[in-house]
Design a protein around this ligand. Structure first.
Ligand SMILES: Nc1nc2c(c(=O)[nH]1)N[C@H]1C(S)=C(S)[C@@H](COP(=O)(O)O)O[C@H]1N2
Ligand SMILES: [Mo]
Length: 416
C-alpha cells in the first residue's frame, strides 16, 4: 500500500472539506444577519406605509384606499398578511413562501446538493441501535404528548395549556430480572448488569465504557430495565429523609433533568411555560410520507433506512412560530426527550427541509422504543447525533439552542 501518500491525501481532503464547511457556516451566519436586517427594514416600511394609508384614508375615496392597502400588502405587508390570515389554509402558503425564501438565502445549511440521495427500498436494512439517552425506560404510549412552545396564537387552540412542563409522562415499571424484551439481533447482555437505582455504578443500559462519543453503542438491550425512578430500600436518617422529601416536593416530585454526561440543557423550560400538548393523532393527521435515505453516524458507519412518518415542515406550517416584535421569525428550533436527558438544536431552515421527517415507522413497522418511539427525527442532511429519538418537546427560539453533543465538543451544525 502507498500508505503515506494515501494518508496525506486523505488529510488534505479532510482539511479542504473542513475549510469549506467553515466557510458555509460563516456565510450562513452572515446570511442570518442580513436576513434580520432585511426583516427589520421591511417591517419598518410596513409601519410607515400603514401609517400613510391610515392618514390618507380620511381624505381619499374608498377605492384608492384599497389600492394603497393592496400596495402595502403586496410590497411589504408580507408579515402582516400572515397576521391577518384567519385560517390554516391561508397561513400555510405565505409562511411556506417566506421560509423557502429564507432557505434560498441561506443555502449553506443544506448540503450543496439540496436533497440527500434516496434509494430503492430493497437497499434498505434494519437500522442498528446507537445511543439510549432519554430512552432508558419505556414510555407508556398513552402518556405521550408532544409539547410545542412558541407557536403563534397558541392560546386559541384546543391543545393549549398554561404549563407544558406540568405534563407527566409515564414509564413502564421495569422488572429487575427475568425475561425482558430485547432486540433479537443483540444478546441481552444488559440483563446481567441492570442497574439498581442511582447508586449503581454500572450503566443499566449495557453501554458502560463502550465509547464516549455519539458513537457509543447502546444496543437494543438499552430499552431494558433502568434504575431511574425506582425506589431504593436504603433507610435514611430521619433528618435526611425530611430534607430529601422537602427537596423532592420543591421540584414537584419530578426526576431532575439532564441525567447524562452533558448534564441539563440550557434550554430546559421553566415551570409555567405555556404551549401546546399535541396528541399522536394531531401529528398523524398530517400527510404521511416515506423516504429511503442513508443514515450516517459520525463514527463512520452508515445504513440505508426506510423511514415513514410526517414532514417536520408540515408540522411547522400547521403550528407556525410566533413572530418576533419586529415581524421576523425565530431562527431556531429546539427539541428534547421527555426527561430532558438528550436534546438537539436546529436552524428553522433545516427543519423546513423537505426530507426532515418526524419518524413513526421504520422498515414499514411501527418505530421501536429504542429507535425513539413514538416520534423520532430523521434529518438526512445531518449526522445521526442530530436525529433525536423520542421527541418530547419542539420549541421555537431565537437563540441558538443547546445541543447534547455540542456541550461535549461536537460540531453544532453536524451537516453532511
Ligand atoms: N434520545 C436520543 N436520541 C439519539 C441518541 C441518544 O442517545 N438519545 N443518539 C443519537 C446518535 S449518536 C445516533 S447515531 C442515532 C442512532 O439512532 P438509532 O439508534 O435509531 O440507530 O440516534 C441519535 N439520537
Ligand atoms: Mo451517532
Amino acid at each position: 500500500m502507498s500508505d503515506g501518500r494515501e494518508e496525506r491525501e486523505e488529510q488534505e481532503q479532510r482539511r479542504k472539506w473542513e475549510k469549506e464547511k467553515k466557510e458555509r457556516e460563516d456565510e450562513l451566519d452572515r446570511d442570518w444577519e442580513r436576513d434580520g436586517e432585511r426583516e427589520r427594514r421591511d417591517s419598518r416600511a410596513v409601519e410607515t406605509l400603514d401609517a400613510e394609508v391610515r392618514a390618507q384614508s380620511g381624505q381619499r375615496t374608498r377605492r384608492s384606499f384599497l389600492v394603497a392597502a393592496a400596495a402595502a400588502a403586496g410590497g411589504y405587508g408580507f408579515y402582516r398578511w400572515i397576521d391577518r390570515s384567519p385560517g390554516d389554509q391561508l397561513i400555510k402558503k405565505p409562511l411556506r413562501k417566506m421560509l423557502e425564501f429564507n432557505a434560498k438565502l441561506s443555502r449553506g445549511v443544506f448540503d450543496e446538493r439540496g436533497l440527500a440521495p434516496t434509494y430503492p427500498v430493497d437497499r434498505s436494512m434494519e437500522l442498528r441501535t446507537n445511543g439510549n439517552y432519554g430512552l432508558k425506560m419505556d414510555l407508556m404510549p398513552e402518556s405521550y404528548r408532544l409539547q410545542m412552545v412558541g407557536v403563534a396564537d397558541a392560546k386559541g387552540l384546543t391543545q393549549y395549556v398554561d404549563d407544558v412542563t406540568a405534563w407527566e409522562y409515564k414509564y413502564v415499571a421495569k422488572k429487575k430480572a427475568g425475561p425482558v424484551e430485547h432486540d433479537t439481533k443483540v444478546a441481552p447482555k444488559a440483563a446481567a448488569v441492570v442497574g439498581d437505582g442511582p447508586q449503581s455504578k454500572v450503566d443499566p443500559n449495557g453501554d458502560a465504557g463502550m465509547g464516549e462519543g455519539p458513537m457509543m453503542q447502546g444496543g437494543a438491550a438499552s430499552t431494558m430495565a433502568g434504575g431511574n425512578g425506582e425506589k431504593s430500600d436504603v433507610k435514611m436518617p430521619p433528618a435526611f429523609e425530611a430534607a430529601f422529601a422537602a427537596l423532592k416536593k420543591a421540584q414537584g416530585n419530578k426526576r431532575p433533568r439532564g441525567h447524562e454526561e452533558a448534564g441539563m440543557s440550557d434550554n430546559t423550560l421553566d415551570p409555567g411555560t405555556p404551549g401546546l400538548l399535541l396528541k399522536m393523532d394531531d401529528v398523524a393527521s398530517l400527510p404521511h410520507h416515506e423516504l429511503v435515505t442513508e443514515f450516517k453516524c459520525i463514527e463512520g458507519w452508515s445504513q440505508v433506512v426506510h423511514w415513514g412518518g410526517y414532514r417536520l415542515a408540515d408540522l411547522i406550517e400547521k403550528y407556525p412560530p410566533e413572530k418576533k416584535p419586529d415581524g421576523s421569525l425565530p431562527k431556531y428550533v429546539y427539541m428534547e426527550t421527555p426527561d430532558g436527558d438528550y436534546y438537539c438544536g436546529f436552524s428553522l431552515q433545516a427543519c423546513m427541509h423537505p426530507q426532515s421527517l418526524l419518524v413513526t415507522e421504520m422498515a414499514g413497522q411501527p418505530l421501536a422504543q429504542w429507535h425513539g418511539a413514538p416520534i423520532r427525527l430523521h434529518m438526512p442532511i445531518k449526522y445521526g447525533y442530530k436525529q433525536i429519538k423520542r421527541i418530547g418537546l419542539i420549541a421555537y427560539t431565537d437563540m441558538r439552542p443547546d445541543d447534547y453533543w455540542t456541550k461535549l465538543g461536537y460540531d453544532w451544525y453536524a451537516g453532511l
